[in-house]
Design a protein around this ligand. Structure first.
Ligand code: URA
Length: 189
């Protein structure tokens, strides 16, 4: 099996889709490499592209505050994206760009071996849970997919734009906390 070092090196040098042309940095992912919970977003934004780290811009700062509510910080989870390079003007990633990048995410999941995978927003949920996932209807619901418990919450940038979505997301966070206490080992709680 691939090591973190070889995977990161391959990803950092990747030229498998057109997104490599405009990037400042590949945003590989970060956090606890043996975490029991993993968060997957859509793709890097401007700040992430400049800093080479996931979820460090305004949406990421909101996410940090949300996860603090359930006592989670980056030493406890692993966080990455479906695509590792920033799409121009933050457009949705194209299917061929997602396809080109999925091998990296699959390897990250194999290495981390999380018990819980939380999709951040529609793009990740449609890629990882089901093609026709409806985030407005299905957020917060749990599905067991092989060894993984999976759910999705609204993307934090949607929560920056629409404050009305925040109470539902609070409930989803509570449900994530409950799932952690159900399936994760005591050290993770
Ligand atoms: N939005 C995402 O989906 N991922 C990031 O890393 C930052 C913003």
């Amino acid at each position: 099996m691939e090591s973190w070092e070889t995977l990161r090196a391959a990803c950092s040098a990747c030229r498998q889709c057109g997104l490599c042309e405009g990037r400042h940095n590949v945003v590989f992912g970060e956090g606890n490499p043996r975490a029991e919970i993993m968060f997957v977003g859509e793709g890097p934004g401007e700040q992430e592209d400049l800093q080479g780290r996931p979820f460090v811009g305004p949406a990421g700062q909101l996410l940090d505050r949300m996860l603090e509510i359930i006592d989670l910080d980056r030493s406890q989870y692993y966080i990455t994206n479906i695509v590792k390079c920033r799409p121009p003007r933050n457009r949705d990633p194209h299917e061929d760009e997602e396809n080109a990048c999925m091998g990296y995410l699959r390897s990250q999941v194999r290495l981390v071996k999380p018990k819980i995978i939380v999709c951040l927003g529609r793009i990740a949920a449609q890629r990882l849970i089901s093609r026709n996932y409806r985030i407005t209807k299905e957020h917060g619901q749990w599905v067991k997919n092989g060894p993984f418990w999976m759910t999705a919450i609204y993307h934090p940038s949607a929560l920056l734009r629409d404050l009305n979505k925040r109470p539902e997301t609070f409930d989803d966070l509570m449900s994530i906390q409950e799932k952690i206490s159900e399936v994760c080992s005591p050290a993770e709680r």
